[in-house]
Design a binder for this molecule. Structure first.
Ligand code: ZN
Length: 229
């Protein structure tokens, strides 16, 4: 993989980062690059719900294995803290800015994986009727090594999507359980299912929110499941 992830500490809350690291079960990357690439190549990008789950898994692998962010940071990350443009994904966490650069191979391009996922997430906000996202992903053109790079253009999302957890919890059907990150915001259920509200407004004061810890653990388990076979 030729992507490079670079962390640029911005001087903010180094303590937070170390707490996140401690809770994330280091070492962060015990899987080989070959193993990660093999799984990235095999994940589905279309069909419902396979393509939805595949896009989410691809984004999760990029954040955890390519960007090497601690799971606690990934669980706390909102879509608005992720910017993808000019072949680079810039991810802002309390630990600083991490950048993931493009790979020519569309199947393993980190910024493209993140752009595709955030775009799908945005569609669930713009079209709250779950049948829309299901239809879009069901009919999506399968991703290949030669797919056009979404990461080259500006990937703008709605303000509402920007406040959502980039990897919201999913229910047993794979449907997103929307997490709204301001206390005042009223969340609407997707597909009529229950909604979990987070209080990201208080996140810096309470960085180790129990719900985020639970989500960090489930993200880590998902990655282990994907890479351990
Ligand atoms: Zn790309």
């Amino acid at each position: 993989m030729t992507e490079t992830a670079r962390r640029e500490p911005d001087g903010r809350t180094a303590l937070l980062q170390s707490m996140n690291d401690r809770r994330s079960g280091l070492p962060k990357q015990r899987h080989s690059q070959e193993q990660v690439e093999k799984v990235l190549r095999a994940l589905p990008s279309h069909g419902w719900p396979a393509g939805w789950l595949g896009r989410r898994d691809r984004a999760l692998l990029v954040l955890s294995q390519v960007a090497q962010l601690p799971y606690a940071s990934i669980a706390a990350l909102t879509a608005g803290e992720l910017q993808i443009a000019d072949g680079v994904a810039s991810i802002r966490t309390p630990g600083g800015m991490t950048r993931v650069r493009r790979n020519e191979d569309g199947l393993i391009c980190g910024p493209c994986a993140l752009a595709r996922w955030v775009h799908a997430l945005d569609l669930t906000v713009v079209y709250p009727d779950g049948r829309v996202i299901a239809a879009v992903i069901a009919r999506a053109v399968p991703l290949t090594a030669h797919s056009p790079h979404l990461c080259d253009s500006n990937n703008t999302i709605t303000e509402v999507t920007g406040r959502l957890a980039v990897l919201p919890p999913i229910d047993q059907w794979g449907h997103p359980v929307r997490t709204v990150s301001t206390r005042s915001a009223v969340s609407r259920p997707i597909h009529g299912r229950d909604v979990i509200r987070s209080r990201a407004a208080t996140r810096l004061a309470e960085p180790l929110d129990a719900r985020e810890e639970q989500r960090a653990n489930s993200l880590e388990q998902r990655v282990e499941m994907l890479l351990d076979h």
